[in-house]
Ligand binder design. Sequence first.
Ligand SMILES: [Zn+2]
Ligand SMILES: [Zn+2]
Length: 361
Amino acid sequence: MSSVQYLLDPDLVKRQQSAIEYVQSVCEDTLSVVTWGTRGSKDVCAPNKMHYGGNTTCWELRSKHFHPELKFYIDAGGGMQPAGEAAGSFIGGLLRGADHLVLIGFTHYHWDHIVGLPFTGFPFIDRTCFGVFGPKTGRIGPKEALEQGSLKKPFFPVPFQEIGHHFDFKNINQPTTIIGLLHKDVLGIEWIPKITYHHKLSNPEATIDIKRIHHNPEYRKKTKVLLRECVKIFMAPTFHPDSTISYTFEMPAGERFVFLTDHELQESVSQSMLQHIRGASCIVVDCQYKFDEYINMYTGWGHGCDKYVVNLAKQVQTEMVLLHHHDPKRTDSGVDSIANNVAKGFPNTLAAGDYGVIVVK
Ligand SMILES: [Zn+2]
Ligand SMILES: [Zn+2]
């Protein structure tokens, strides 16, 4: 049985300092997640939004089961900028030639999930080994999202063509048919068909080859690792305009963490979504609206509401629900009020805030 804690000091300045110190320490947790950005739709800054903060989505995953020189982010909204700042010593190491990999998994490419990437050092350092994955919507996958979106003149002064040579991209075309695998001995990520994974599961000694991600082909060798020692990444499509992915991370001993943002929860939840979520130690869920706002104004906008989060939480076994993607208009007391609404139906509920840390042991 795992235990989950969400550390969110009431003092935002202290909290940011702790998050910086935390990502510079050695990770000994099963999984820990730094919540660099928890605001939805657009970055905000206002005196009455200082407790939860105003950075859009960027979450940093850390684990004793990851390679120690791996940096792993989900989404690169406004929170990616302070996340990149906090990675100063890591960037210093890569500039000196240390082994490293920066992985970014995108849920989708709306502005609030990509806008922060150009404001970190990573893309502009030739040495950076960059692995980027995300959904492919029509002709737009992660490469096109950067090339035609966040790194395109005249919207940003440095075009993607000048820096794209050190990126390794993976298009996720059918999220439910493949799974991602990470192992502490390899600076890479491998994607295999789910059917192959299920075949291998019956054999505790089953192995898998994971190829290193590196811009120099000479370093892209494969390493054989035990499947049972891998961190698995499962995916499911969300209900949102433009293809969007929810990620479930499963640790080697079975602890699960679900990231379900930009998803319009419905009154009933599909069996496939329940299966994707069930048994998670912690579920991060989009709760942008109150039920009356959702019904009267925002149906079809692709975001969740308090009443349906309660419905969902009651149907799955989880230790903690963490509300995410706060509306840009929502004040701190407004976020508290939504969290109270959910907590009446599911007591272990908290609202996520910028610079917090989830620890799963
Ligand atoms: Zn969003
Ligand atoms: Zn969106």
